[in-house]
Design a protein around this ligand. Structure first.
Ligand code: RTP
Ligand code: MG
Length: 143
């Protein structure tokens, strides 16, 4: 099975709730390696650029406002089927529809404050990883 990389964000609501460790632990237990990670407080411009594909959607202003409301963790997860596996762990976008035991079912309050982001395709993963990380910042396991 293919080893993939995906891009993940621990969103401001989850950072604020002090559940970074629990979320990272779920990734690690699922066999996903954290191969890059950084905390930052996104600027308006960074958030708008990151979510450019949604720029015409009615929820875009609220999404950008939320994503700039506090610090986030941006990270790269690597492992077998990392893109789909991460989205399984996350659960549905709307926490009311998220399967029990997923990150969003356990922690998300609303469709905006939904705890985590994960790339939805190999193309998105590549773009999103490059948006926040240089190749030199990605550190695959050597031992
Ligand atoms: P994400 O990109 O954050 O991993 O979430 P996703 O793929 O499950 O959802 P996506 O359709 O890409 O939407 C990105 C984020 O925009 C917010 N959203 N709000 N009010 C709404 O109808 C609505 N739809 C989407 C969510 O915060 C979603 O995570
Ligand atoms: Mg998405």
């Amino acid at each position: 099975m293919a080893i993939e990389r995906t891009f993940s964000i621990i969103k401001p609501d989850a950072v604020s709730k002090n559940i970074i460790g629990d979320i990272e632990s779920r990734f690690e237990k699922a066999g996903l390696n954290i191969v890059a990670a950084r905390m930052l407080h996104m600027s308006q411009q960074q958030a708008e650029g990151f979510y450019a594909e949604h720029s015409e959607r009615p929820f875009f202003p609220d999404l950008v406002a939320f994503m700039t409301s506090g610090p986030v963790i941006v990270q790269v997860l690597e492992g077998e089927n990392a893109i789909a596996r991460n989205r399984e762990l996350m659960g549905a976008t709307n926490p009311k529809e998220a399967e029990a035991g997923t990150i969003r079912a356990d922690y998300a309050e609303t469709i905006d404050a939904n705890a985590v982001h994960g790339s939805d395709s190999p193309e998105s993963a590549e773009r999103e990883i490059a948006y926040f990380f240089d190749d030199s910042e990605i550190c695959p396991r050597t031992i």
